[in-house]
Design a protein around this ligand. Sequence first.
Ligand code: NOJ
Length: 558
Amino acid sequence: MELTRTADLWWKNAVVYCLDVETYSDSDGDGHGDFRGLTQHIDHLATLGVTCVWLMPFFPSPDRDDGYDITDFYGVDPRLGSHGDFVDFVRTARDRGMRVIADLVVNHTSDKHPWFRSARSSPDSPYRDWYVWRDEPPADAEKGVVFPDQETSLWQYDEEAGQYYLHQFYKHQPDLNVANPAVREEIARVMGFWMELGLSGFRVDAVPFLLETQGKDARLPDPHDYLADLRAFLTRRQGDAVLLGEVNLPYPDTMRFFGAGDGVGDELTMCFDFIGMQRTYLSLARQDAGPLAEALRERPAPPRDAHWATFLRNHDELTLDKLTDAERQEVFDAFGPDKDMQLYGRGLRRRLPTMLGGAAARIRMAYSLLFSLPGTPVLFYGEEIGMAEDLRAEGRLAVRTPMQWTPGRNGGFSTADPDDLPGPVVDGEYGPEHVNVSAQRRDPDSLLSWIRMLVERYRECPELAWGEYRVLKTGEASVLAHRCDIDGGTVVAVHNLADAAVDVVLNLDGLDDSCVLTDLLVDGHTPVSADGQAHVELPSYGCRWFRSTRPEDAEAGR
Ligand code: NOJ
């Protein structure tokens, strides 16, 4: 296909990398990561092949929800740096060919935000109507509590205000009232501000909650019109900016958040594929590709310019809320049997390598899946070196430990006293002495080298992002085979989710013995028969990517 297309809709074959400035690299030894430290590590991201950095919240915050509780949407948390440091980072990233997006957390503010302080102080406050108030909580006030370990209701009585306010997350995060036009204008102003400073878009936090019509008394006439307005504003300011939305709903409901726009998509540019992610874990647990194949078959095609965003881990609990109770239990049994590994009754506070028992081939196969499945892959910092969780940290912080750069003190994250760090540095066999960037970058057999190679191949195979995909029947339950076709080019990927070697026969419609399948991850090629069959051998947890090639090109190494 013409690669020029990939430069316009850049997000379709982007590599997104999520990080928290606070836990990435501390340049001044105060124990907190900062923008200067992050910028000094820009070439780690560039050589990994990242094309878009997603910054978790870096705004001033009392930090009761790790920065998702904001007190100034226009500020930079002084512990992390200044606006100058932010701009320096964005500019340096751009020099390395990377775009930067950041969390847009506007479903709620911190209760310490000056708007809420004013709002609660008097019914006459100009900010009173920026939040959602009630004299009495509704009868179903406890329905939909997100953090059941800490909250029992969506409504909290406020002594000072003499009323209840809505908070769909923690009680210290009052919901903003987006039905108020002044709030909507302010949200646009915040977006415009950061785009002016160089951002290429936003990861939009908790989108269905932001647009929620059930919990809220103040309702938007049409929440999706509002989302389309936000997108229109974004692209008026910057044509190729994106909205990457957190929407964890069944596929048909999620589809609505892409918007229609005559089939082009006029709301979120990308939605995370939470369903595909959850079924991937079920498949891994069962060593049976079935649940994932089913998700891929069910998953609707997004509008023309939109895309799914795929991931194996993010900064939150590994949510399994869309599996049945029995399926969730299977994943718990396989990957997080201890109560301490589980969270909110729906998820796991672990990272991938420990869940997969440290089995190198299995971990590599899982990332090969991530980069070959259709959708924009999103990595969470530390995945590229196989970082693990630290269950000593509270709740979701178990997976948000400091980045491990070197085998030295604090993993090279900071020179501060370990007690002054935002969280513990991982201890034991996954600690920095064993898992760190500096050792892996010199080791061609490291996970880091593997992931770099996957990123390179993925970027060289726009078919994966742009092509039409089909899941192929192989007759082997443990094998997921899929093909992506566009403009006469075909890429095929085959993954064995089981720990026993297996041979499969692929039936490749439209291909014949005028072509061969050239391996993309190793040297080699596999013949295709006149009727389009190819025999493929896979070791335990094996994975292979192929491109259909004419034999003379394969021989010439093209
Ligand atoms: C979703 C974020 O991913 C999560 O970390 C946060 O706690 C909630 N939104 C509330 O902002």
